[in-house]
Design a protein around this ligand. Structure first.
Ligand code: NDP
Length: 240
């Protein structure tokens, strides 16, 4: 069913998903469209359209790029998923300024810029749902990920602050913290890292894109209307 045209939990709702051209973001965008939302993906390169999802070429690290895309939207979105993210792994002492800045720019500043651009429309409507995709490594730290873990921990601080500021105006803001999911991002890791994640997992398997999407859609749904400022781990018990 094409997005925004039929019945479903999100029928009549307009959504923005960042980094939705592939991986977890694509899974979330497709699921939202399948459940009736009109979905707009902000990603660096506009991917081929499909399944009720509209792509916009946006660099979330650039305020002007975000503003231009928001101005082109047909109506103010009620739903936002800040999912765009990158890694540039190096041990702390080998990490360059560029490695640090690039990861903080996409993972943390990008989420701030998109949230800042969309929050006024949500508060004006008295309704909004925001989910930020953090990581268990933002909660526990990770060897080789000083930049990534700091950005994802920062995203939790952003989530809680936004929940406080926007809650009185009808907007919930939560975070989902995935464990390892075998997307292109995770496939860049050495096989021993993937095996370690499997060994850490209590369920002895790793979550899939659909598992992350299911949790995100719950937090976007009216079933979660009394939940805000929370971090929901979807990690098969990897960080227990
Ligand atoms: P992918 O690398 O598969 O997808 C990330 C998407 O974000 C890509 O389409 C990428 O575009 C886009 N993106 C990157 N930079 C920008 C930018 N500046 N502006 C707009 N879009 C951008 O990642 P995953 O699907 O694996 O990860 C999605 C989210 O989940 C990330 O925030 C990640 O940190 C988080 N996460 C992932 C885990 C995993 O194991 N996979 C575990 C925990 C959290 P392009 O193709 O141009 O690079």
């Amino acid at each position: 069913m094409a997005g925004g045209q039929g019945a479903g939990r999100f029928a009549g709702k307009c959504a923005v998903v960042t980094g939705g051209a592939r991986g977890i973001g694509r899974g979330i965008a497709d699921r939202l469209a399948a459940e009736g939302a009109e979905v707009h993906v902000f990603d660096r390169e506009a991917a081929p359209p499909g399944g009720g999802v509209t792509f916009h070429a946006v660099d979330v690290t650039r305020a002007a790029s975000v503003q231009e895309a928001v101005a082109r939207l047909p109506r103010p979105p009620a739903l936002l998923v800040n999912n765009a993210g990158i890694t540039r792994d190096k041990s702390l002492v080998k990490m360059s300024d560029e490695d640090w800045d690039a990861v903080l720019a996409v993972n943390l500043k990008g989420a701030f810029l998109v949230l800042r651009a969309l929050a006024p429309g949500m508060t004006a409507a008295g309704y909004g749902r925001v989910v930020n995709i953090t990581s268990i490594n933002g909660q526990r730290g990770k060897f080789g990920q000083a930049n990534y873990a700091a950005s994802k921990a920062g995203l939790i601080g952003l989530t809680k602050t936004a929940a406080r500021e926007l809650g009185p105006k009808g907007v919930t803001v939560n975070a989902v913290a995935p464990g390892m999911v075998l997307t292109e991002m995770a496939m860049q890791l050495a096989p021993e890292f993937r095996q370690k994640a499997l060994d850490e997992s209590q369920l002895k398997r790793l979550p899939e894109v659909e598992d992350i999407a299911a949790a995100v859609l719950f937090l976007l749904s009216d079933g979660a209307r009394m939940i805000t400022g929370q971090v929901l781990r979807v990690d098969a018990g990897q960080y227990l």
